[in-house]
Design a protein. Sequence first.
Length: 75
Amino acid sequence: MRNSWVGSIGPAVDSFETLLSTHLGQETISVANGSVALISGLSVLEIGPGDEVLVPDLSCAGTATSIIYTIHQYF
């Protein structure tokens, strides 16, 4: 790398995903942040209107907003 910047796309991310996939023996993806990870997980589980999702009482706003986004697609 020419500098220390690592974004959410690029050769460093591609290399990381390849190495992790090889190590785990399954396909992997990296995401930009925890909210995107939560949204991806909720989407894979097909969480939608009428489903109940429990969250800890002490958490960051991103936890709840990820659920709201997935269920209602407001954003």
